[in-house]
Design a protein around this ligand. Structure first.
Ligand code: CU
Length: 369
């Protein structure tokens, strides 16, 4: 927690510093008033991975499509990389249930998550922008199974997959401040549990049998709970420079119908951007998150694998992102925006044993009208 607080303080300080110094440097440069509508230049939006970063003027609409690919590779215990042998030396929390070995016997090797996010924005009035976002999710994990009685013997490898619609997010953005190139709004969001939490697939057991079972929590498509997503967003710009920060929480309202809930989450991000030209801007971003363990347990998820244990969820993570935003200057697609952002973790301290995040990349299209 101490490290996390330092990061929070550091990110906030960095963002304010960039903001203040650029504001001073750009002395005399008039802020363009609002960065809230589609006719602004490429620098008018935050890096692509920041959701709910901007508002629209009364009567404004926007459609967006984002695709994200995330890769995970290997495992961590806390913040240390661990081998399969170290993982199979750990106790299985389900030991005692018939057929369950004393230690962990199935070890995740690699995982990918692909998401397609489709969003709409509409501003009924200048101080309020409404947002809705649906997503389609595909998860794929490769795992190695070790023999029940001898963890040095490999039984085999297998892959489990899940895909379908994820949770749906709706939000209202309420403008608090808009002056001299500075903008602040509140994000009031709710996540609706439209994603399945009962996905099944075949797994290879330490006894060498293939059986169909409910997949662990990290392979499910939704949270199963209604979540509140309050946040606050600050953006600023002066001349060719832009910056901003956003703090957002995800608060789970009770447990889902399978008797568990993902941990509450806090995310803080800060970024700076530079307009290389009117039609293209480059950005750097820091993102920190803290997430709690899973509360409760799904009685249908009983497997000798780390991901079946609710204690092996949540933790701290700090990531760095680099991105580009484009806005087409003329032609048939004039005004359309395209963006890309790549993100890598620079620090992870996870609860228990978890897969290590490798990298993620997002590409997207946005059009306001
Ligand atoms: Cu928009």
């Amino acid at each position: 927690m101490t490290f996390f607080k330092n990061i929070l303080a550091g990110t906030a300080a960095l963002t304010s510093l960039v903001g203040l110094s650029t504001f001073a440097l750009a002395d005399g440069a008039q802020g363009h008033g609002t960065q809230t509508h589609g006719t602004a230049n490429a620098a008018g939006h935050a890096p692509l991975g920041v959701m709910g970063d901007h508002m629209h003027e009364a009567g404004g609409w926007m459609l967006s499509v984002r695709a994200m690919h995330m890769a995970m590779d290997g495992n961590l215990m806390g913040s240390d990389e661990v081998s399969d042998a170290e993982i199979t030396a750990q106790p299985n929390r389900f030991f005692g249930v018939p057929g369950q070995p004393a230690g962990l016997r199935v070890v995740p090797q690699e995982m990918t998550m692909d998401m397609l996010m489709v969003g709409g924005m509409y501003a009924p009035t200048d101080w309020l922008t409404l947002m809705v976002m649906g997503m389609y999710v595909e998860r794929e994990m490769s795992l190695t199974t070790y023999a029940a009685m001898n963890p040095s013997v490999v039984v085999g490898n297998f892959t489990s997959k899940s895909k379908g619609w994820g949770d749906t997010k709706v939000a209202g953005l309420i403008r608090l401040y808009e002056e001299n190139g500075h903008h602040i709004h509140v994000n009031l969001g709710v996540s609706l549990p439209t994603g399945s939490i009962e996905e099944k697939d075949e797994v290879l057991t330490p006894m060498g049998m293939v059986m169909e079972t409910r997949l662990p929590y990290s392979m499910q498509l939704g949270s199963g709970t209604y979540d509140l997503e309050p946040g606050i967003t600050y953006t600023g710009h002066a001349g060719k420079l832009g910056w901003g920060s956003q703090v957002k929480a995800t608060i789970r309202l009770g447990e889902n119908d399978q008797d568990w809930a993902l941990g509450d989450k806090w995310e803080l991000t800060g970024w700076g951007s530079y307009a290389l030209a009117d039609w293209v801007s480059a950005s750097l971003r820091v993102k920190a998150e803290f997430e709690g363990k899973i509360d409760g347990i799904d009685g249908s998820i009983v497997l000798p694998v780390q991901t079946a244990d609710p204690d092996n969820y949540g933790g701290e993570r700090v990531e760095l992102g680099a991105g580009l935003n484009f806005q087409v200057p003329d032609g048939a697609l004039a005004g359309h925006r395209f963006g890309v952002e790549a993100v890598v973790p620079v620090y992870e301290d996870r609860n228990g044993i978890q897969m290590q995040r490798d990298w993620s990349v997002m590409v997207g299209w946005q059009n306001a009208f």
